[in-house]
Design a protein around this ligand. Structure first.
Ligand code: MLT
Length: 247
């Protein structure tokens, strides 16, 4: 059985994957680490934490646990890290799951926005950022149907370390375009996005699909950016089907 290792997005932690740790337990073991400085990861972070540096942490985690190969999944920033990992250690992949993410680099305005986010986190703390982000992460339908989920996501963001958030934001600004690198990904790949994801609209997922040979794309109805949390049943069904093709 392939292990599934899931990497959370920004600025979240591994509790993002609670519906997968539970919902997929019958078909695979799920490992969901906190990226450096997030959640319960107490490690220090440099001023700029690149996607390659997170990927090195993931590689070290596989070494520490004696795991040769995994199906690696990542949501949004977690997807950027998964793509960096795929470029550096393709032989350690049994499959790749790219969720609500994209292979493009930031443009100049995007890079300035990253520095602004870093400064706001360090200067104002996470409460303001958390409140502003929730409407961009969850669809209107999710927020109306499940206000407790929206409150939970806000609290999840609000409790993240400001230095880790600033380092990640600055790190994302440095990431390269990875479309060309993905052309030589040698493993089955599933791309998942949400119907209402404003941060990664469908064309970015279609471009990702075009870049990876034979990748499948699943669009989760009703979900926005946190598709795994908003529509866990549909999400888990798509991932379960994908994992069955790998075994
Ligand atoms: C994320 O969810 O990880 C972020 O939206 C990624 C980004 O800001 O590019």
């Amino acid at each position: 059985m392939s292990l599934l290792l899931l990497l959370h997005g920004f600025p979240l932690d591994n509790t993002l994957w609670a519906p997968q740790v539970e919902g997929l337990s019958g078909i695979t073991d799920v490992i969901a680490p906190d990226l450096r400085g997030f959640g319960e990861d107490a490690r220090a972070v440099p001023e700029v934490m690149t996607m390659e540096a997170y990927a090195r942490d993931v590689n070290g985690l596989l070494d520490d646990r004696g795991i040769d190969r995994v199906v690696l999944g990542g949501l949004s920033m977690g997807g950027y890290v998964a793509m960096a990992f795929a470029e550096a250690w393709p032989e350690r992949l049994a499959g790749l799951l790219l969720i609500n993410t994209r292979a493009t680099a930031d443009d100049e305005a995007g890079k300035r926005g990253r520095e602004d986010t870093a400064q706001r986190a360090l200067g104002q703390g996470m409460t303001v950022i958390a409140r502003a982000m929730v409407p961009t992460l969850l669809s209107e339908r999710t927020r109306q149907r499940d206000p407790a989920l929206a409150t939970g996501v806000e609290a999840l963001i609000a409790r993240q370390r400001t230095d880790a958030v600033a380092a990640a934001s600055r790190g994302m600004a440095t990431r390269p375009d990875r479309h060309a690198a993905l052309a030589s990904v040698p493993v089955p790949t599933l791309i998942v996005t949400g119907e209402h994801d404003m941060l990664m609209p469908l064309p970015t997922s279609l471009a990702l699909q075009a870049a990876v040979p034979n990748a499948d794309l699943v669009v989760i109805p009703g979900a926005a950016h946190l598709s795994n949390l908003e529509e866990p049943a549909a999400f888990n069904a798509a991932v379960g089907k994908f994992l069955a093709t790998i075994r």
